[in-house]
Design a protein around this ligand. Sequence first.
Ligand SMILES: [Zn+2]
Length: 932
Amino acid sequence: MTEPLAKTYDPAEVEPRIYARWEKAGVFAAPVSPGKPRFAITIPPPNVTGELHMGHALQHAIHDAIVRRKRMQGYVTLCLPGTDHASIATQLKVEQQLRAEGLTRWDLGRERFLERCWEWTRRYGGTILRQLRQLGCSYDWSRTRFTLDDAYYRAVLETFVDFYRRGWIYRGRRVVSWCPLCQTVVSDLEVAHREIESSLWYVRYPTPDGSGGIVVATTRPETMLGDTAVAVHPADQRYTGIVGGSVVLPLVGREIPVVADHAVDPDFGTGAVKVTPAHDPADYEIAQRHDLPFVEVIGPGGVMTQEAGRFAGLDRFEARRGVVQALAEQGYLVKTEPYTHAIGHHDKCGTVLEPLLTEQWFVRMNELAALALRAIREERVRFIPRRFREMEIEWLENLRDWCISRQLWWGQRIPLWRKRVELTEQNWTEELLPWGLDSYVEGKWPDQGAVVVIERAGTGERVDPRTLMPVTTETAGAYDLSVATADEATGRALESYGFTQDPDVLDTWFSSAIWPHATLGWPERTPELAYFYPTDLMITGRDILYLWIARMIMTGEHFLGAEPFREVLVHATVLTAEGKRMSKSLGTGVDPVELIALYGADALRFALTSLVTETQDLRFRITWKQGGSAAASDTDTIARAEQCETARNFCTKLWNIARFAIAAWRETPPPLLDATALLAEPLERADRWILSRFARATAAVGEAFDRYALGEASWTLYHFVWDEVADWYVEWAKPRLRAGGASGATASRVLRFLLDGILRLAHPLLPFLTEELWRHLPGAEGLLATARYPEPLPELLDPDAEERMATVIEVVRAVRNLRAELGVPAGQAVEVALLGDGVLDDAARHYVRESPGTWLRLLPQRPEGKTVHTTARGVEVVMRLARAVDAQGEIARAQQELTQLERDLARHEAKLANPQFLTRAPEENVEKERRN
Ligand SMILES: [Zn+2]
């Protein structure tokens, strides 16, 4: 039959073997099956440079639990994996390699650099996908997508061209967050705010006649060289006299106006601020309102420009020292205060970011945001927890235009070719016709997807191409020709006519904004798109609700006319026990792969799912081997992870129950009966009780899963298996199984039914362990991963049996407590009377006797002589004191102890009744409380 079950569960041996079985059987594949119910998820694609961290581990423990349950419920279940090309992260890795060789990307040139990036990606990329397999994720690997794959690349370009055709994409000069080292604009998500101890410098700007002046406070004195105004709050009484006048910019000598603007905080510094429109986003906006000029004093490399006068050519931080020194020497520096504030750093390279005025491509968001808002307001996209819905709506209502260009090479290059031409009556035929403007106007362009835009040079004013054929004396002049096309060949052809392609690539988030539909084959109308779109669920952390989730809703609504997913599940952030962010660089990072090696994937998964609650932070406790401090160094290894230990103990418990049952079945393996057949068996009360409890656990676990309350699902399963099956039912079944006969056979069948149900119920949460046990169940067929998930079985409910057995359990606990209080040694029999009108019938008394730890002889009535007593659920438990223990002093001592113990017991029970204690307390504490 089946091979015997190993004594202990060995995840390291079991996990790879089981995973290979699943893959070989094609369990994870989601074939397009029209007419069949389906469930689809696309995972948030991790960076191809990424490695699994605890946040991922949580996210994918949730993903896979949900996906496995749906698969077992009979859905064609797609979980589509993939990675993001992570343009800047990958590019930095390759640039690091180059630096070691004494080279830069410019030395290599774009093409060779991109080859190196591909080489790096093929060699080192995608580690995280292998790690997700180690975690047990049941994703359809045959559909793995990478955002730079040919088809995906094309989909991104089509998106750009479509937006461009609609006039949503425009070129604009704005102050952006700029990394002087990477020499690119960076997105808000890449900005790491770090507290820096710096200074606040107070500088006096004199009035032109020297009679007065204004003192401004600044943290970036070098930018003063680019000041074009001083601003104060309109209501600030101190400055009413000078608003509308002017001051002289020290060191530079330029006369600049004093303006009043509501954006100024009158409580900061002196209430007067310098305005540097080219190097500060807030100042940029003040400049727009007051029509101020822009003076750029810092260049893209963080080096001062010619506009900086004698500071030109200096690094921005050297210039800061120089400016401060010059201000002091010339008597403009009023004072310097120490000042600690948060400064934006580039999270990828650690460089201090510089707000810089640059020309970039932007997407106008009004229409797209309106589409997303509609989908959310109509509840076609629902947020769980619901509070995130309001946050998303608020963000969408206050959306700014999206800067989509990046000065990088690794990514989708902007599919736009441009050329400036001087058109005359004579040359227009040779300038416009050879590359096909006439065909385009006639609708005969080789690629219908292309968009041609002609603007009067430098004005941004669009011109209808037809008005230029022919060019007349009135229309002759300089024009900017732009062609957007997703067709590579068209682009190359344009280059042969003197067009050049835009050098920038698109923001990585531009490509991930189309993830749900592009991974299913869009813009082609694929069967996958028809069958799996809209997907059902998106599981994400809260940090990318705006940058990613909102944008997917926009593009899905725009291109497919339907929401990309129906629900957004926002999961918690994993923090350290002290509530700190887990981060490698902070020394608070925990490597999930190390935890898998220590405890097994199931224990890690269960530890994480059991921590899932409505709250948005989840604390994970780790003890390090070295130093004992909370912060780990590189050499530190994990000594223990309490929550993983709790989960591993649960795995062991389940394993031991199965081992016991399988051993008991060695002689006569019981058949697996369905609920109806089982109810026709001569069930005893304990059987009816555990089947009823199973029915309740099944319903509760399923219901919690439906709400994505995986913590509740995990703990319900845990308590049912441990507290009811292991602690009570198995104990009562033991003597029956030993004795054999009809009662033994029934117990055997009930146990077979239970184990079958428990493994199915537990599989989404403990996939490896349950699959391995399934293999050893007599008569179990196929793989558990594709077996049917248990439906609630109300016919098994038996409130009467539950009520009566609850009393039995309480009475047994009372007897055990009395024994303990009196210090009766284990194994020594005691005499007990159970009194209470009709509450305990003969069957109940039988279970009390059969329960371990009681060692009692039941007396038919209240005993004579010295007794101790307590009550449990209406039953009076009276224990006769042994003759040896009748000294008066002994009784007094015992009673004193009893009072104390009763108090303790009440405290322990209160603790155990508190679910937070169970989820938060270390396993040993829970165990201690439970045993007490
Ligand atoms: Zn950088």
